[in-house]
Write a protein that binds this ligand. Structure first.
Ligand SMILES: [Zn+2]
Length: 181
C-alpha cells in the first residue's frame, strides 16, 4: 500500500480501511473499467465532489469518433489512447475540480494524469492496482513524487488490501462483441 497524506509519505504498514462511500466510488470506477474496449488493460475512473456526488466518469479509450478497432494496434494505441483519469476529468462540467477526489480502478494513476489532476485542483487520489506493472513503475514513481511535492493525498491499494466483495464483483465485458448493443 502506498499512502501519501498531505504530501507526507506514511509507513506502508499503516492499516487503512476505506469508507463505505469510498468503496462505492471504487465500485463505480470498476464498472467504468469494464466498458473499455482495450482487451489487455481496462481502467476506470470516477471523480467525486466533497459531498460524495459524482462529477464525472471515464475509462481508457480512443477519442470520440475514432474507430475502436485501432485499440488492438499496439503502436496506435500507445500513441493515441486517452487514460481513464483524463477521460474522467474531461467529462466534468463543473468549472473547477478543487478539492475533489479521483478514484481509479485497475492501475496506479500515471505521472501525466496525476499532473493534470493536481493542476485541476484535485486534492485526493485513491487507486486500486489489480496487478504489478513493472513497465509503468517509472511513471508511477513520478506520480508519487508529484503527490508529495504538491501536498495532495495519494493512496494506492492492491487487491488484497480492499474489501473482498469489491475485489470479487464482476461486470460484463463490453469488449466481447456479442454483448454490444
Ligand atoms: Zn494516466
Amino acid at each position: 500500500m502506498i499512502q501519501i497524506h498531505g504530501g507526507v509519505m506514511l509507513a506502508s504498514e499503516s492499516p487503512r480501511v476505506l469508507s463505505k462511500w469510498q468503496n462505492r466510488h471504487l465500485l463505480d470506477a470498476k464498472k467504468e473499467a469494464s466498458q473499455s474496449k482495450d482487451t489487455s488493460t481496462k481502467i476506470g475512473a470516477v471523480v467525486v465532489r466533497s459531498d460524495n456526488t459524482v462529477a464525472g466518469k471515464g475509462y481508457n479509450g480512443l477519442a470520440r469518433g475514432v474507430n475502436d478497432e485501432h485499440i488492438h494496434d499496439r503502436e496506435f494505441k500507445y500513441g493515441a489512447v486517452i487514460h481513464a483519469e483524463s477521460n474522467c476529468m474531461d467529462s466534468v462540467r463543473d468549472p473547477t475540480l478543487q478539492d475533489y477526489t479521483l478514484f481509479v480502478w485497475g492501475l496506479c494513476s500515471c505521472g501525466s494524469c496525476t499532473a493534470r489532476a493536481i493542476n485541476r485542483g484535485i486534492s485526493h487520489i485513491i487507486c486500486v492496482q489489480e496487478k504489478e506493472r513493472p513497465d509503468w513503475e517509472v511513471s508511477f514513481s513520478y506520480a508519487r513524487t508529484q503527490a508529495i511535492e504538491s501536498g495532495i493525498t495519494f493512496e494506492v491499494f492492491n487487491l488484497n488490501e480492499i474489501d473482498p466483495r469489491l475485489k470479487n464483483i464482476a461486470f460484463p465485458d463490453f469488449s466481447v462483441p456479442f454483448l454490444e448493443w
